[in-house]
Each structure stands twice: as C-alpha cells, then as structure tokens.
Design a binder for this molecule. Sequence first.
Ligand code: NAP
Length: 346
Amino acid sequence: MSVTHLAAILPREGGPLALANRTTPDPGPNDVLIEVKAIALNPIDYHQRDRGFPPIPSYPAVIGCDVSGILAKVGPGVTTAPAIGTRVIAVATSYYHNGSPDYGAFQEKVLVPAEVVIPLPDDITFEDGAVIPIAAVTAMTAWTSIGIPLSARFNPHHKEQAVLVWGGASSVGSFSIQTARMLGYRVYATASPRNHEYLKTLGADAVFDYKSNDVVSQIVEAIKADGVQLRTAHCVVDGGLQPTLEILKATKGNASAKVAHSPVLPPDHPTLDDTEIVFNYPPLDEVERKKHMFECFHGWLSDGLRSGSLVPSPPAQIEKGGLGGLNEALDKLRAGVSRTKIVVRL
Ligand SMILES: NC(=O)c1ccc[n+]([C@@H]2O[C@H](COP(=O)([O-])OP(=O)(O)OC[C@H]3O[C@@H](n4cnc5c(N)ncnc54)[C@H](OP(=O)(O)O)[C@@H]3O)[C@@H](O)[C@H]2O)c1
C-alpha cells in the first residue's frame, strides 16, 4: 500500500490552491525527501498560482520554493546529504524538474536535489530557517551574474568600493546587504525610513529613503563625500533601475559599471553607456546550475549560518492555517509586505 501525504495542489491556471492527498515519493539518485515543517512565500508563488508564470507544464501542479524541515530519506548515490533526522533548509521547486509535483514546496513531504539542502543550525527555528533559501541564493547569484565570484569574499581592497542595493528591505535585498558586507564592500541601500536601522544591523553602511524626491543626489553626494567608487549595483525591486542608472552615471566617470536586476527586465528598460545590466538568474545549463547551487549552499550559506555571519532576514510573519492557509497568505504577500517574510507552519 502506498503512503500518502497532504499537499496544497494547484488544480488549474489561476488557482486557487486546494488540499489533496498525494502519494509520497521515494527519493531517486541525487535526491532527498524532506518532511516539511515551515514554508516561506515568494512573489514567484503568487505569479505561478494566478497566471501560470513562470510556465507550469501540466496540472495539477505543486508550486512553492522555500522549505525547512527534517531530512526523512536519502536517495541512492547521494554523498553530500546530512544524516536522516537532521533539521534542514532547502530550495524545493518543481520549476527545475519539468513541473513534477513531487518537487514543489507546498506539501508535507517534498523531494529536493541534494545540492540545495543544508543543515539548519539548532538556534534557528524552522520558521526563521524557511525565510533563507531563495532570498539568500538570489542575493549570491546576483554577484556571480555580474562577474563577482563568491571566492572574492573577505578581499580587503573592496572596502574602497561601494555597492548599491536598491530595495534593501526586501527579502532578497536583505541578503544582498549581508552578502555584500561579507564580500567586503561598503554598502549603500534604499528603504523606507522605518527600516533603516534594521538594515544597518545587517551590514548596510548608509540607507536612503527611496521615496525622497532627491534620493539620487543624496546617494551621489554620500558616495563622493565618503571617497569610494560606485560601479556595481543590485537592483532588487521593480522601479529601481532608472534611479540606479542615474546614480551610476554620476559616480562611475568613464569607467564601466554592472547592474544585477532581480525582477524580470522589461524589453524597453532604461540603459546607460558602458553599463551592463544583467537579469539575475542561476545558470540555465543544468550542470552549471547544480555546481553554482552547491557552491552557494554548501559553501557560503552553510558556513555563514554556522558562524552567524549570515542571519535569517527579514523577520518571519507567521500566518495561520498551514497548507490550508496558503491562499490567504499568498494574497497578503501579493498586497505587499515591508521587511517581512510570510511563513506558514505545518
Ligand atoms: N531573479 C530571481 O531569481 C528572483 C528570485 C527571487 C525574487 N526575485 C524578484 O526579486 C524581487 C524582490 O523579491 P522579494 O521577495 O525580495 O520582495 P519583497 O520582500 O516582497 O519586497 C518588499 C520590499 O520591497 C521594498 N520596495 C518596494 N518598492 C521599492 C522601491 N521602489 N524602492 C526600494 N524598495 C522598494 C519595500 O521596502 P520598504 O518596506 O522599506 O518600503 C519592501 O520591504 C521581486 O521582483 C521578485 O520577483 C527574483
């Protein structure tokens, strides 16, 4: 007799999610099975629920990306997984598995490739752990996508160089600040004033209100007064590219500049001379992507969490209802959050 578990399935494009029992899969080569304890929500989740984008090959689907839980089973040939019973975090997404619902986060048991599973330190709760995986890996990928290798960390010469994180209070932005600080950069960020002190605790050197009419000149003046070079930026949220380019225009001189852009880049996006604007995304080639993910998770992230140099951010906002509360929780995320990651407990 097959074993089953509860899932929030997406029966059709446009949703809503519905509860159903699914057969619990056994992990194959390179995969592990996680008993999920908490799920964090990301914008991609409501985009997939509401309009089937990024594309979902077939329905019913299981969507979702960020999980924490307990390692329940390990597939044959896996050499990098923690021991069964270990508390773990992981990126769990059917998107990288041709839409196979066994790999989506919104269920009690999920399959995950071993390269994106790492132990969760004992002092971090499941709810706080779930906020980490996608935001952290997106922040790290932003740097590699514009040619800054993860091995560049702790380079003391970076202190004369600055990075701009536009959208520092977002989930991805908060990890962008933390990882830029680990790389050794001086970090300038934008956020609403109520979030400035929090972002400084994560490693931002200066934070500016993006709603100020003169935010561009404020940042340019600060960069000049501090005597640092600004040629690198991570534009984390929609609407940030134009002011980011205006700032770079005033700070880069005749040098070239690079911008990683996390939201999908519109085809008619603004540009700037000698400035490369790159959509921030992990390598498309599967072998390259697995290598990149392994380096992010088993190097930077696992070391950073163990040592405390990376911390869960922003704070988790726990919503009620478990899998049955996911529709409402996704609606709250879609309505907009500030310095918050929405999480459901299982
Ligand atoms: N490319 C990828 O692989 C990838 C992966 C993950 C996410 N993403 C994308 O990255 C973006 C961020 O995702 P997220 O989950 O981190 O977002 P989020 O946490 O939902 O972002 C909310 C935050 O955005 C800030 N914000 C909103 N408008 C802003 C503006 N004009 N300037 C500066 N800050 C602004 C707000 O700051 P205040 O509260 O301070 O006002 C708020 O705290 C989304 O577009 C998402 O789709 C891409």
